[in-house]
Each structure stands twice: as C-alpha cells, then as structure tokens.
Write a protein that binds this ligand. Structure first.
Ligand code: TXA
Ligand code: MG
Length: 318
C-alpha cells in the first residue's frame, strides 16, 4: 500500500466523480471502478465498461460509518457493532436500503451493500467527495480482480478511466460480505475472516448457493483467468516437464520440472495477497491448463478456497 497521498490527484478524482465520470481508486482489498452513487447515469457507465449485466448490485463506499444512515434504514444493532469493530476495513454489510437509494445500485432489491474502506487514498477520496461511491472491482465482468494499477490497464486498455494510484493492494482479496437483513449470513468470505467476525457477534451461517439476497459474485462463476483452471491434490501435481500446464503450488518447482511453475506462499495472508497477480501471470504463459494445488481447510483459507473454486467452476461449466 502506498503511504503517500497525492492530494492534487485526489482532488482531480473527486471532481471527476462530481462531474459524473468514472474513477478507478485503490482499496486495501482490490481496485474499485467508482461513480457517484447518487448519479444513475454515472453508475450505468460502470455496468457498460465492465460488461456487467444490469441487476447485479454494487457496493456503496463511504468515508465513515456515520454516513450509513443516509443509505440504510432500520439499521440493526448488529450492523453498528460490526461497523465499530471492522470499519474502516474489508467488510461489506448488506442492510435495508434507505428511501431514494437507486435500483441501479441495488439491482432493484430492497437492500444495499455498504463498506468503509481503509486504504488511505480511498479514505482521502471519499472524504473529499463527501458522498457515496458505488464501485465494483475494476475488472471486466467475471474476471480476476485487479490488485495494482497495471492490472487495471490490462483489463480496460485504452478505455481505462482516470486512475488514482495507491500501489499494491495490501489484502488482495475482496471484502467479506455479511447480510444483516436477518440473522447474520455470510454471502462471500473475504478480507475479514469468519473467525474474527464470530469473535464479535457469535456464530454466522454460511449462505448456500442461491440462498439469501442475490449476490452474483457468490452464486455465479467468477474470478476466472482465461486459461482453464483445475484444482489438484498435492500428490497429483506433475513432477516432470509439461509445457501444456502452468502450476501454482505451495512448494518449490521439483527438480526436473521445466514447465511453468509458480511457488505460492504457505502463509494464507501472503497467499491471498499474491493470488490474483499470480493467476494473471499464469494466464499469460500460453499453457492449456492452470493447475492449482488444493489449499488447506480452515477459516484462514476460506476466502482463497472460495475464489479458486469459482475460478475452476467457470471453466467446468462453459
Ligand atoms: O473488496 C470489495 O468488496 C471490492 C472493493 C472495490 O470494495 N468490491 C467488490 O465489488 O468486490 P463487486 O461488485 O466486484 O462485488 C460485490 C458483491 C457482488 O457479488 C454483489 O452481488 C454483492 O457484492 N452485493 C452488492 N450489493 C448487494 C446486495 N444489496 N445484496 C446482496 N449482495 C450484494
Ligand atoms: Mg468483482
């Protein structure tokens, strides 16, 4: 994460949001593609640039938890408890939407996703802009989220809007999404672990596919490189040269293996930080298949297993 803030750049970005233009900005999870959440025409441009079907709801980013009341009504006590504990940070809360929150943001649902990001550049932008910024991850629909500015250019090329550079994203995986419309429901594991959440509010149910409010990043195939991707138990990883595969494993390349092999971290925090950049790297080598060593079970690996599972499902089903 870059610690220096270029306030002239932040002001330019804020002015663009006010003028109804799109802005790419860093968060501690992944880069976001932002628009003024009160400007439907601006928000529609997000869908157009991403190629995202209308009806997939967007997260509204806020400078602070105090702003929640402008976007949500009948805010349950548990939402304030979670906001106190985890904002600013990688947690998105699904709450009942306030009157006037646009269907373009919510996909026509009666709820809205809210998040206060921690990245200092995002904080500076949100404070200067003052309003809510609707932003999905800054990638084309269904693809791997960007964790640095180069990834954003890979996604949008010459169509890339104004970009605020905040360096490498510290976490590298998207926010955890919790619905508090009813008993807390985990819609997407992410930057805050379920254990950390449960330490504050007790047991959280994990949504089953198709359950709970509509969340395309959850129920659809997502987060995929172009090259077909498969999971593989450690013992099944190839040991000899094979130019048709590209491997991501938590161990060094075996002697005698001359193909593409990236060594991933054995630490889940570092693994999550590196994952999207490594998937992009493996996607570029021209292999026929990306093989990923399956990851350990347990809360610390939950978000990683979720994203890899979806990336693999994308290709099994298309
Ligand atoms: O870390 C993140 O969350 C990043 C950064 C930019 O904040 N954003 C992000 O946005 O990952 P996106 O659009 O790629 O994923 C947001 C997810 C989608 O799966 C969407 O369906 C879900 O949030 N979502 C948004 N509003 C919702 C709502 N009202 N009910 C249920 N799910 C919602
Ligand atoms: Mg996304």
């Amino acid at each position: 994460m870059s610690s220096t803030i270029d306030s002239a750049e932040v002001s330019k970005a804020s002015a663009r949001l006010t003028a109804g233009q799109l802005v790419v900005f860093p968060t501690e999870t992944v880069y976001g593609l932002g628009a003024d959440a009160r400007n439907d025409q601006a928000v529609r441009q997000i869908y157009a640039l991403k190629g995202r079907p209308l009806g997939h709801p967007l997260i509204v980013h806020l400078a602070s938890a105090k702003q929640m009341t402008a976007w949500a009504r009948a805010i349950p006590a548990i939402a304030w408890t979670l906001a106190d504990a985890f904002w600013p940070g990688p947690l998105t809360l699904i709450v009942p939407r306030a009157h006037g929150v646009s269907d373009v943001i919510t996909g026509g649902q009666d709820s809205v996703g809210l998040r206060v990001p921690a990245h200092p550049v995002a904080q500076a932008l949100l404070h200067e802009f003052g309003g809510g910024v609707a932003a999905p991850s800054a990638n084309r629909y269904g693809r791997v989220s960007p964790t640095c500015v180069a990834h954003v250019h890979d996604e949008f090329g010459g169509a890339t809007p104004f970009v605020l550079d905040g360096g490498d994203c510290q976490i590298g995986l998207e926010s955890t999404i919790i619905s508090v419309l009813d008993a807390p429901l985990l819609l997407r594991p992410g930057g805050v672990s379920r254990e950390a959440l449960e330490a504050i509010i007790g047991p959280i149910r994990i949504a089953q596919a198709g359950e709970g409010p509509k969340a395309p990043g959850m129920t659809h195939m997502h987060y995929a490189p172009s090259t077909p991707l498969r999971w593989m138990a450690t013992r099944d990883l190839p040991a000899v040269a094979d130019g048709t595969v590209a491997v991501l494993a938590r161990r060094p390349k075996p002697l005698g293996f001359t193909g593409h092999w990236l060594e991933a971290s054995t630490d889940p925090i570092q693994y999550g930080h590196d994952l999207y950049a490594q998937l992009r790297q493996l996607d570029r080598v021209g292999a026929r298949t990306i093989l990923i060593e399956s990851v350990p079970q347990g809360a610390a690996w939950e978000a990683i297993a979720d994203r890899l599972g979806r990336a693999a499902a994308t290709h099994q089903n298309t």
